[in-house]
Design a protein around this ligand. Sequence first.
Ligand code: ADP
Length: 287
Amino acid sequence: MNATLEKEIALEKEKVFAPCIEVNNVTISFKTNNKTVFTAVKDINLKVGQGEIVSIIGHSGCGKSTLMNSISGMVTPTQGSVTVNSKTVKGPGPDRGIVFQNYSLLPWMSVYKNVYEAVDSVLKNKTKEEKHQIVEYNLQMVNLSQHKDKLPSQLSGGMKQRTAIARAFAINPSVLLLDEPFGALDALTKSSMHVELLKIWNLNKRQQTIVMVTHDIEEAIFLSDRVVVMNDGPEATIREIVDINLPRPRNKKEIVHLPAYMAVHDKLLGLLVKNLSIEDEGVMFEK
Ligand code: ADP
């Protein structure tokens, strides 16, 4: 390979992976009720490039949400720091949209109002008409225009989650943080939500950086560029970061037959079950 080509490739890589989120030596400890200190995650280092989709997987209680919350600003690292677009995270901010498993919609407001309120509180310089257009556009993206006057109690789980996603995208955050956003949905709805999410990400020219917590290997592979596998806690660390080298756009039915898919699926499964062994016909599981 000649030097110019090598330089071009290096520049291209730099462009694609210009760091957006940097987690630097982060340790997070909590004071417990009996006044001892519990360290959930320890010495975590992670860089997420702009426009990248990165999933964090690991067993329940290993510290996925804690790590995610240090990016959202809801948890302050005990040691180390987190930066988003080169600014140190000191609390939640409009540059980071968050979607939780439990939707967190305001129950007394319609779908439209739930999204409008978020837009109104963040995009203060826009006119009323501009805010209206933004809400309409985002509801259309998640196919909810026809249901915009309904209250959350009148929606299915998938529709509630689509509202939460529309709300997060409507404020146009540079980072979207998804904490097991599809965990409560049935398999079919979950599958169509994955497609919807990638559709919106594509419509936004793959500009948004997405970090997602999940314990679903297939979901992580289908959506992500890289998957961060965590060790069990306490003092959880990153076990390995696995590249998902599957071409985009991805078709769910097709990619599962690719050898690369099967290989990465096996690898992730291996990493997750490595520290579990079955003794006594499955009665006892131990590390
Ligand atoms: P995961 O998202 O992987 O299921 P969490 O990040 O929610 O795990 O929790 C990791 C560990 O940190 C758990 O043992 C949990 O009990 C503990 N933890 C999380 N938040 C707090 C808190 N505010 N105070 C004390 N312990 C906490």
